[in-house]
Design a protein around this ligand. Structure first.
Ligand code: PEP
Length: 242
């Protein structure tokens, strides 16, 4: 399968997981999908040693500066050096808990790409925005303000994650996921040109072994970003085969 048509299954462990979980995935069966595991930063080096060679590793965040006096922070270059090739940016938990703005996320994308990491940019509306009918408006401003104009779309992944679906067991209707993914694709092509026509757009928010196949079958869905279910070995193995 060509790289471009390969779907992506990315695991976001958040501040969870352990060396034990990593070891349990050492024999993760090979998959037609591209698998990206984003463990806590402390496990990235070990992930390279323990996980099968075809599994890619990602960070969950990086600082917007190349280096300097930012105690407790991790730079894009450090992630790359430890073996990560991807980094999740703009996750809703970073936006809401750590008050990350679109401007800050834009700067993080710039820094990540400068140091050869592929950003997985998360966008999506919260419950209030959904109820006010503002989902598309919110997603449009996140995409428009977070993506640098001259970004290489071969090295970018978008994840649509409705905030109200994250960790709640709720998912949008299949036709709603399809509509938003189509909307994101159209917006990107309109604003960045045809180079954006192949960028993978993942779905994230309570994806699990039961719903993954149906969601993955939507034509504009380029894969899944999986939180909670990625911490359960058997379930994640099932999802990775979707
Ligand atoms: C996430 O936080 O990126 C996520 C998709 O979480 P969950 O699968 O647990 O909803």
């Amino acid at each position: 399968m060509s790289e471009k048509s390969q779907k992506v299954i990315a695991a976001n462990w958040k501040m969870n997981g352990s060396l034990e979980l990593l070891h349990s995935l050492s024999s993760l069966p090979s998959s037609k999908n591209k698998i990206i595991i984003c463990p806590p930063t402390t496990l990235i080096c070990k992930s390279k040693e323990i996980l099968p060679r075809e599994v890619f590793i990602g960070g969950q965040n990086c600082n917007e500066n190349a280096s300097g006096p930012y105690t407790g922070e991790i730079s894009a270059a450090m992630l790359y050096e430890s073996g990560a090739r991807y980094v999740i940016l703009g996750h809703s938990e970073r936006r809401s808990i750590f008050k990350e703005s679109n401007k800050l996320i834009f700067n993080k994308l710039l820094c990540a790409t400068k140091f050869k990491l592929v950003p997985i940019l998360c966008v999506g509306e919260d419950l209030e925005e959904k109820n006010q009918g503002k989902a598309k408006e919110i997603i449009e401003s996140q995409l428009g303000q977070c993506i640098p104009k001259d970004i290489d779309f071969d090295d970018l992944i978008i994840a649509y994650e409705p905030v109200w679906a994250i960790g709640t067991g709720l998912t949008p209707k299949i036709e709603d996921i399809a509509e938003i993914h189509r909307f994101i694709r159209d917006f990107l092509i309109e604003n960045f040109g045809s180079k954006a026509s192949q960028v993978p757009i993942l779905y994230g928010g309570s994806a699990n072994e039961k719903n993954c196949a149906e969601i993955m079958s939507i034509s504009d869905v380029g894969g899944l970003l999986v939180g909670g279910a990625s911490l359960k070995k058997k379930e994640f193995i099932e999802i990775s085969k979707a």
